[in-house]
Design a protein around this ligand. Structure first.
Ligand code: NAP
Length: 495
């Protein structure tokens, strides 16, 4: 049974739900736009911080940019002819989201500095609390809380004893000068690589503490010329064509490689290996930079500046493991003290928290922490049995590692909007996935995961505590197809 069969234009406008959107990042802004477009204005976006932007507000580290091409990393309905680079800097992306939010007049719906600490389902409504205060009572929650928002701090002795400045990459302290300083970076993920390439010429000395080497896919980042921008500005459809081409390219190459296309994976692996061999001259350094696992098992890093940076005379790749942090710097297990003025913890995020630490209490007191005690199952990444009218964007097993997250979020929201329309129709008061549907979905996911690169033997933030990647093991085409319309047989619909 499909939504189209049970709902129609006539009944879709019968009643107006009160809706809470949790989070004012990319997905929250999107939801606010689409709710208005659908004629629903009785909603509030709850944002824990003082401004919109989510990950692009929180991450301001030097060198920040998006490794998805800018003309693909944008709302489908808001092309931007002014992107400066193929991969534009973080501040430009933040300005893009600000501009879109202003254009659609989103801020009037946003309650800033309002972290929802608990959402409790009682008598057919969601009660939203912030500390001791009840902020709202709503019919529907759209959780747009994001994925990588909870920084992971390393479990290393002595970090608090460091006499210089120490901060996580997502909590960058811009008051701390870097010029002429001795800077240490712990971590070699996308973040550390971008910081390294950006700051190397400013610092006196950079120590990059590598626990695991990373594969790096070479990718130039040219500026768009005025001539190119003129094409985007003046030729109707030029940006949409580029968007479609980039999406198809990603889907048919990288998107297929990570889920088992050996030919595509070989091209990626070969490109990474050639990049390393062509870029790093010293065989000893090259050996230390060579990973012992398959490319793209961890999130593949894209950079055209890292290898050059790490070979500069003021750069040092430290592969001796860290013993502890002391007042003067980082001591490695070989006994050496790496003296530092600034220590950056580019140690990543907990990719399995989703909307937590918010407490979520569903029907009959069902607590999400119990429901997700061992893993984070969800039906089609969106709905949870026992948590009616609670819908997630970019929830567990979304295709976060393969494609533009904005496209993913748009498609999930279009699916959610069809469920909301069902509620609006008046015949259904509670919508939540059936337990057995979720179990079938998750069993299918688990089975398909066996063919993916993410389980080929590396440690990454994709893996949950059981070693299962919270990823999408199918093609982009299948995701699009699955998101076209909800199959209502998969849902408990209570009138
Ligand atoms: P990450 O990929 O999780 O990398 C964390 C790094 O810290 C790893 O090198 C890890 O080593 C190291 N580490 C963690 N704990 C450590 C410890 N106790 N001792 C020593 N090393 C430790 O984090 P990230 O670089 O912040 O990137 C996270 C994700 O954000 C990316 O995968 C990507 O999805 C997203 N991101 C995207 C962009 C973009 O351009 N779109 C840019 C930045 C980030 P191990 O490898 O040994 O675990």
């Amino acid at each position: 049974m499909s939504v189209q069969e049970t709902s129609n234009q006539e009944n879709a406008a019968k009643r107006t739900p009160r809706i809470a959107v949790i989070g004012g990042g990319m997905s929250g802004i999107l939801t606010a736009i689409k709710l208005q477009e659908a004629g629903m204005t009785d909603f509030t976006v709850y944002e824990k911080a003082a401004s919109l932007g989510g990950t692009w507000r929180e991450n301001t580290y030097p060198g920040l940019c998006c490794d998805v091409p800018s003309h693909m990393y944008r709302y489908s309905f808001e092309p931007n002819s002014e992107w400066s680079h193929r991969f534009s800097p973080g501040a430009e992306i933040m300005a893009y989201f600000d501009g879109v939010a202003k254009k659609y007049d989103i801020e009037k719906f946003v309650k800033f500095n309002s972290e929802i600490t608990c959402a409790r389902y009682q008598n057919g409504k969601w009660h939203l609390e912030s500390g001791d205060e009840t902020l709202d009572v709503v019919d529907i929650i759209v959780s747009a809380a994001g994925v990588l928002h909870k920084p992971v701090y390393p479990d290393i002795d002595g970090v608090d004893n460091f006499a210089g400045a120490v901060f996580h990459s997502a909590r960058w302290n811009h008051d701390v000068p870097l010029d002429g300083k001795r800077v240490g970076i712990i971590g070699t993920g996308s973040t550390a690589v971008q910081i390294t390439a950006d700051i190397i010429d400013r610092v006196e000395h950079l120590s990059l503490f590598q626990r695991t080497a990373q594969w790096i896919f070479p990718q130039e980042n040219p500026e768009f010329s005025e001539k190119e921008k003129d094409v985007f500005r003046n030729i109707p459809g030029a940006m949409d064509d580029l968007y479609a081409n980039l999406t198809n390219l990603f889907a048919s190459t990288f998107g297929e490689a990570v889920i088992g296309d050996e030919e595509q994976m070989k091209l990626i692996q070969d490109a990474c290996r050639a990049n390393l061999e062509d870029s790093v001259q010293d065989p000893e350094l090259r050996a230390r930079l060579t990973p012992d696992y398959q490319a793209a098992c961890k999130r593949l890093i894209v950079s055209d500046g890292f290898y050059a940076a790490i070979q500069k005379p003021n750069a040092e790749l430290v592969t001796d493991q860290i013993e502890r942090v002391e007042a003067g710097g980082v001591r490695t297990k070989d006994g050496r003290l790496h003296e530092l003025d600034v220590l950056v913890l580019a140690t990543g995020f907990d990719g399995h928290s989703f909307m937590r630490p918010m407490e979520l209490i569903g029907k009959d007191g069902l607590n999400l922490d119990d429901f997700w005690a061992d893993a984070t199952p969800a039906h089609r990444s969106i709905s949870l049995p026992g948590f009616p009218n609670y819908f997630m964007l970019v929830g567990p097993n979304s295709p976060i590692g393969n494609f533009s997250l904005i496209d993913i979020s748009e498609r999930q929201l279009a699916y959610v909007m069809q469920l909301i329309d069902l509620w609006r129709g008046g015949e259904v008061n509670e919508i939540s996935a059936k337990q057995e549907s979720m179990e079938t979905f998750n069993a299918t996911i688990k089975d398909a995961m066996k063919d993916t690169v993410w389980v080929t033997g590396c440690q990454s933030w994709y893996l949950d505590k059981n070693g299962n990647p919270a990823m999408w093991p199918f093609s982009f085409g299948k995701f699009c197809e699955d998101m076209t319309a909800p199959n209502l047989d998969e849902f408990d619909l209570v009138s």
